[in-house]
Design a binder for this molecule. Structure first.
Ligand SMILES: NC(=O)c1ccc[n+]([C@@H]2O[C@H](COP(=O)([O-])OP(=O)(O)OC[C@H]3O[C@@H](n4cnc5c(N)ncnc54)[C@H](OP(=O)(O)O)[C@@H]3O)[C@@H](O)[C@H]2O)c1
Length: 245
């Protein structure tokens, strides 16, 4: 089986690439982060050429414009990267008979309730959430496509800006870190998520799956847990209400 991992320079795509290697799945990487195949999702015309080179049986679409505030500032670019690019990828999967796994987000929900099940109604309240939902729908228009929604993904990845890496960086530099104490989520360890993605894909799962870590906690509690694991004095953490941030 040949896999194409779009966004293999990112946090989750990188872990997934490593796990493909350990499962003897041949994987090519594509994206804008120096991967072997150059693919800017904002330029969907490039998709055909990348597929011609990679000839994938399965495509893991991990790339996205993930900077939520940046999506608000440039909704047109967010839509091109998060929705129209994925639609072009789905179309090429259809043309070549490849399977598609699209990585999505809890931002398709409005956050007023939760934890959410797969069948709960979506109601995105941000450009990021709306464009990712549009990407989901483009993926699901392809028979057999798998959409995996996740949340607050973390790992030890020095180049990444995930919450845990920000916490380590703030602790090292002695910089105070304001952390919301009223945002609940299930922090999700990237290697566990990547393993679940591969397991589901190899079992032929399709449709929508929510794949997250086992514990619901607020962001401050998560930060305190991390400090305890790393042996950090947590006094640099400043719990805040989201409204104050
Ligand atoms: N991290 C989370 O907490 C979280 C939670 C829920 C869902 N997700 C979803 O999981 C996926 C990956 O998340 P992640 O944590 O791995 O994010 P990440 O580390 O920010 O990686 C995003 C990847 O997308 C690439 N990318 C950005 N713009 C692109 C473009 N125009 N064309 C092609 N590639 C582009 C990035 O390349 P560069 O590095 O070169 O910019 C990077 O490889 C996303 O679809 C996201 O919506 C993440």
């Amino acid at each position: 089986m040949r896999a194409l991992i779009i966004g293999s320079s990112g946090q989750i795509g990188g872990v997934l690439t490593g796990q493909c290697a350990s499962r003897n799945i041949a994987a090519s990487g594509a994206g804008i982060g120096g991967e072997e195949l150059r693919l800017d999702l904002a330029q969907p015309a490039a998709v055909k050429e990348v597929f011609a080179q990679a000839r994938p049986d399965i495509v893991f679409l991990c790339s996205a414009m993930t900077y939520v505030d940046g999506c608000e500032r440039d909704p047109e670019l967010a839509r091109r990267v998060n929705a129209l690019g994925p639609a072009a990828v789905a179309a090429e999967c259809r043309a070549r008979g490849a399977r598609l796994v699209y990585l999505s987000t809890e931002y398709v929900f409005d956050g007023q309730a939760g934890p959410y099940g797969e069948d709960d109604p979506v109601n995105p309240v941000s450009v990021y959430g709306r464009t990712k939902l549009e990407g989901e729908r483009a993926a699901l228009s392809l028979a057999g496509a798998l959409v995996i929604r996740t949340t607050v993904v973390y790992s030890y990845a020095p180049a990444a800006k995930n919450f845990i890496m920000q916490l380590i960086s703030n602790h090292r530099s002695g910089t105070a870190m304001r952390v919301p104490k009223d945002q609940l989520s299930n922090p999700t360890y990237a290697p566990a998520l990547a393993a679940a993605m591969l397991d589901l894909a190899l079992k032929g799962a399709c449709g929508v799956y929510n794949v997250v870590g086992p514990e619901v906690m607020d962001r401050y509690a998560f930060a305190l847990k991390a400090c305890s694991v790393f042996g950090f004095d947590p006094s640099f953490l400043e719990p805040r209400l989201t409204a104050e941030l």
